[in-house]
Every structure is written in structure tokens, then in C-alpha cells.
Design a binder for this molecule. Sequence first.
Ligand code: PA5
Length: 524
Amino acid sequence: MSWQRFKQHHLLLEDLEFALDISRIDFPEDFLPEMEPQIQAAFSAMAKLEAGAIANPDENRQVGHYWLRKASLAPTDEMRADIEACLQAIHRLAEQIHTGKIQGATGAFSHCLVIGIGGSALGPQFVADALGNPRTDKLKLHFFDNTDPDGMDRSLASLDGLLGETLVLVISKSGGTAETRNGMLEAQAAYDTAGLNFSKHAIAITGADSKLDKLAKAENWITRLPMWDWVGGRTSELAAVGLLPAALQGLDIDRMLAGAAAMDVATRSTETERNPAALLALMWYFATGGIGTKDMVILPYKDRLMLFSKYLQQLIMESLGKAKDLDGKPVQQGIAVYGNKGSTDQHAYVQQLRDGVHNFFVIFIEVLKDRNGESLEIEEAITTGDYLQGFYLGTRDALYEQGRQSITLTLKEVNPEAVGQLIALFERAVGLYASLVNINAYHQPGVEAGKKAATAVLELESAALKAMQAEPGRAFSAPQLAEALCREADTETLYKLLNRLACNARGIHANAGPDLETTTFHAG
Ligand code: PA5
């Protein structure tokens, strides 16, 4: 690796205390000039999007997450006023909650249960972990981000005896997502059991007039905050979705917004070699052939950034994983994203990265500041932070020696500005990459398809239960029940449904036979 190439392809943005090094992606010298017309077209598309064009044609939606950190960019006065009013409401609410002006049944709020999924959970989870401090957090955050009953029990167990001082945020843009609705009902039941009024502990963040909005209004919850049509779920961390939980935790949301706004300025540059989002998108394009042939491994060398890979997994895979391009041509695009943290992953999958199948590139994230305060010398003139950097540099070299390529992002420290910057950087890189490969990054038809399929399964379960309860004691094998319901094509699904019901005291009992064909179930 030459110092010359490093200097040439190391972009240092001093004002942002941020650097991007693309020198270890082996693109030839003519790659960037050749891609210049395409990236300029992507800049134009992005400028139109920021000016309020319909950038999500399938849903006929504007895409306005960039306005959240600079309201003056929003295309109408009404939107500008909405963004500003919402931010003020968040500050006011956080202040009222922190000072105990708004309280729970048993006193000032000290815990907050956030109920949401996907874009309505991953950002808040990432930020809470990245910036939180158990010693100074004003409210401790807990999450329901699934419809797993045991998962909810675990979260509720950590709130045992504390519900009267626990605020609940129910977050759903659509206001109709099943997992979130289920979580809300389970939380409501826990409050009822504790003899507490759920409504006096609950806030909704949702689209105007959604089911959730109507419910929160009818039940007179503490308040409701908006989710606008023009902010997508996975780009909503800097809307009320992410800002309210962060503000309640006591994090400085204005600094997060300022960091994002500053990165927006840098990534709006049409000078490609000075634009970190453009360089990222171009490197993804080079590394994956523009068709996702390689996976993206995110390796931050900082525990605080561990959830960033999970957050990016959704942002990138839900945005780029598309069957058709904007012209309707089948393309099956996407880039698979995974990761966790270094050096921990050195003791897990990094072995395969170095020596196994070569189907990835890495994005390392290096954080210069080790900790607040002095570090212990664990050997002569060596600290634990020295080891962390040593492992990062060593792993990067060990991979590169085997032809495994990488990008490095360098941050000074993990503070609110840096977190805002990271979010803004990847949001724009995703948008630019989507333009390079001509896809709609802002819809998610695959997510909708999964939701519909789950509904069909629940309908089948109801039909099965009804049929079996109509003849208590009658033994049905899965094929017999399928025949009785005229659903032969669903025999396997029926077997799986009955098998689980039998394990959950739901009035269905199993009689194991020698094989699946003869295993029977009866109601009773
Ligand atoms: O990014 C997205 O659009 C999705 O992942 C959504 O965030 C997720 O499905 C949750 O949707 P909602 O906020 O409507 O409950």
C-alpha cells in the first residue's frame, strides 16, 4: 500500500473532524473520471429530491428527510412550520418530563419503553446505545421491537414495579403495523394489571389520522407527535421517531441535527472527490460491480457503534434490495450488509474474511478518542486503546494482503455531532447509489408482501381452530385437516400451526405418531 495512494484518496474534512479513506479499494485511476457523468446525474436527481420532487414514484411521495435538519430547505412554508413546531414540541415535552411537570402515576418518569419496529426502532436503538451513559441518562430506554411474547416479558421484567414511572412511546408511521400494535396491547395489559391508567403514560408518534393516531386521541394519551408522509421509516431517525427518545434520554438532539446538517452540506458538493457520500457510493459501485456481487461488512472499532451495522442493514438493504429498476426492468439489486464490532469480530467471522470465500468488502470505522480521561498503561507505554487501534490496523493489513479491500471512516469521537454525521452520510450515499443503479430507494414492496403473507397465515390458523373446536376430541393429522378445510396446498403450514398451538396451552393437543403423516392433533 503506497503512502502516495493513501494521500491521494484520503479525504479529510477538518471542520467535521471526519475522514474517509478509499485508498484500499483497488479502483483504477480512470474509474472516477469514467463515472463522473453518472455521479453528476445522481447529484442532479438528489438536488431535485431535496427541492421537493416526487422522488418515490411508486408511492407518489416526496422524500424530505434532509429538510428535518434544515427546515428552511423544505419546499413549503407549511412544512417548514411543521418541522420547527415539532422540534419545539419535543424540547418542551422533554423538559416537562425531566422536570416532573408531566409525571407517571407514581412519580417523575425515570424509564421509557419504546414500542416500534424497523425504521421506528433501529435508529432510536442505535442512538441510545451510541450516546447513552448509564450514569447520566435522564430516562433509561427499553424496547419492544418485535411480537415475541417472551421478548416483551423480558423487557417488562426489567420494569417490574416501575411502570408508574415509565413513559411509553408507541412509534409507527403507518399506525397499523401488527408487531407494534401487539406490543402496545401487551404494554396496555401490563399497566391494567398494575392498576395504572395506560393513557396517562403513553405518547404516540404516528401519521395524522392513522389508526394509532385516532386511538391515542380517543383515549386521551399524553400527546401525539407527527410522522409525515414525506419521511420514510428508515430515514426517520432525525424526525420525532428518533429525536423524542433521544431527548428523553437526555441526549443533545440539537447537536445531532447540527452534525447531520453539516454532513449534508459536505455531501451536497458536486465536486466528487470532495464529497464523502459520492465517494462511498462510487466505491460500493466499484466493489460490487454495481450489482451487489459483494457484501458490505461494517466494522466499527468502538463498542458504542455496535448497533450501527444493524441500523445500516435496514437502511441499505431495504432501500437497495429491489426487484426492478425505475424503468421496470428486472434487476434484483441490493448489497448485503452485516457486521458488529472490532476487535470482537476478529474472534468470530474475520477468519473467513481473510482466508475464506472472497465475497465482501469492509467499511472500518476508526474512532480516535479512546475514552474520557486517562488510560491505564497495561504494558509499558501501551494502553487498551492502543491494542484496539493495533487490531484495526492489523486486520486491515491482513485482509489487504489477501486482496480483501476496505474503506475506513475516521471520527474523532462518538458524540452527538458524529452520530448525526454518520446517519446523514449513509442516507445520502444510499440515495446516490440508488441513482447510479437506477432504482427507487424509497419504497419497500417486499416488506408489504411479507405483511400480507402473515395475515393469510393468521386467517388459516383461525379457520383451523374453528374447524377443530367444532369437533372436540376428533383427531386430525395435518393432511386430514387440510382436506377438511380444502387447503391441501397448506398442509405443511397447518402442521406447523398445530404443532405450535399444542405447545402453548391453546386447547390443541398433540398425539405424536411414528411420523408426521400419522401425528394427530385434537381440540379439547
Ligand atoms: O423503513 C420502513 O419503511 C419500514 O422498515 C418501517 O419503518 C417499518 O415497517 C415500520 O413501519 P411503521 O413505522 O409504519 O410501523
